[in-house]
Design a protein around this ligand. Structure first.
Ligand code: HEM
Length: 365
């Protein structure tokens, strides 16, 4: 039957008959967000989403001027920074928003971990989140090389060297990443294609699944808040929580605008593959803990190459993190399980400590 309620205008009714706005309205109204001591952490997923949308928008604007070749990439960015109106601002927002997005995503990940939001029926929400983590880090890694400056060039040379230590498939993987034996214009073209076409396409699909699952299952409450007898409070997602989400986005925008305006992205010197690597080459901060671990490992340990040991260790931690919903069965059964909190807190402490060492230890060590 046609909805004749006076609260909807003619346009709404016209669209409803064609695309079923009522169903969407029902979905939006049905969702409720639990209100408790830890509700605050729910804002970080939305903030990650906002920063991702900022990346897509500024990335498209950058594409209007960027040229993906070793001969022109650096110059095209230089032109954008000096000649194009607000080009420096768009580039700075893209660079800062990438960093903020990864930072906020880590907060989102660890809050989901410590609140045990991965328990049934949210295992697939967690797995799709794990895929988004890998994809976002891949965005950071491929984007870093695109300005073709000295720092990015040598950091990429070091970064793409690492998979080479894996037995059997290592050298194949290194060549696949680089598009040859060394980092060259072919690597740049490859990274560009991955950064602007492959990753966005995959992220759209995985993110769509992630958000669909969040919508389907609603937000979880941490185990402490689910105890019998505790009064359960909730607020409608739309418009109550959504408007609060917007305040979170506005805060993120404020931080982003201040960082981009006061600390514009730098360009440095153009990459010269024939020059020796400058001392103290550093990756982006989110790879620093891994980079520093590899630096501190001895060259051989129990007859195994130190770097290989490091790479195997990273793989193991990654697998533990991603498959946590299937490892922590006790929490699913409603029993106390200390492993997730111990694992999460150790991981945060390790990442912070090694990142700190990475920035403070002498580069020759
Ligand atoms: C591009 C990156 C990501 C985006 C845009 C994103 C977005 C979101 C949004 C909007 C929500 C609902 C609000 C909230 O819980 O904060 C959510 C929930 C969730 N996300 Fe993510 N997320 C991302 C990455 C991740 C990662 C890396 C993980 C963990 C491996 C993860 C795991 C979860 C889980 C388990 C929930 C459900 C939380 C609950 O029910 O309490 N997400 N995500």
């Amino acid at each position: 039957m046609e909805d004749q309620s006076p609260k909807h205008g003619k346009l709404w009714l016209w669209l409803d008959q064609r695309i079923g706005l009522k169903d969407i309205e029902y979905l939006a109204k049905k969702k409720e967000v639990p209100v408790h001591l830890h509700t605050f952490w729910y804002y970080f997923g939305g903030m990650t989403l906002f920063l991702f949308m900022t990346q897509v928008t500024t990335g498209i604007l950058l594409l209007l001027y960027y040229r993906p070749s070793a001969g022109e990439a650096y110059e095209s960015i230089q032109f954008l920074m000096t000649e194009v109106q607000f080009g420096w601002l768009v580039r700075s927002i893209h660079a800062w928003s990438a960093n903020l997005m990864i930072f906020v995503m880590f907060i989102h990940l660890f809050s989901a971990l410590l609140g045990k939001a991965y328990r049934a029926p949210r295992e697939l929400t967690w797995l799709s989140g794990g895929a988004l983590l890998c994809l976002t880090l891949a965005f950071g890694f491929t984007g870093y090389l695109l300005p073709w400056n000295e720092l990015a060039f040598f950091a990429t040379r070091v970064g793409t060297e690492i998979p080479g230590v894996v037995p059997v498939i290592g050298s194949f993987m290194r060549r696949l990443l680089r598009g040859g034996d060394d980092v060259t214009g072919a690597t740049l073209t490859r990274f560009y294609g991955i950064h602007v076409a492959v990753l966005p396409a995959i992220v759209m699909i995985v993110l769509g699944l992630h958000l669909f699952l969040v919508q389907k299952h609603g937000m979880s409450s941490p185990p402490g808040e689910e105890q019998e007898g505790k009064r359960k409070r909730a607020m409608p997602f739309f418009p109550n929580f959504f408007l609060r989400d917007l305040v979170g986005w506005l805060c993120a925008l404020g931080v982003l605008a201040a960082l981009a305006a006061y600390f514009p992205a730098e360009l440095g010197k153009k990459a010269d593959p024939f020059q020796p690597a400058p001392i103290g080459i550093k990756p982006e901060w989110y790879f620093m803990a891994m980079f520093q671990t590899l630096k501190l490992l001895p060259s051989h340990f129990l007859g195994i190459e130190g770097e290989l040991l490091g790479v195997l260790g990273f793989g193991l931690v990654g697998l533990l993190l991603i498959f946590l919903p299937f490892i922590d069965r006790r929490s699913d059964a409603g029993q106390t399980s200390l492993f997730p909190a111990a694992f999460g807190i150790t991981l945060i402490a390790y990442m912070v400590a090694l990142t700190y060492l990475g920035y403070t230890m002498s580069p020759t060590k």
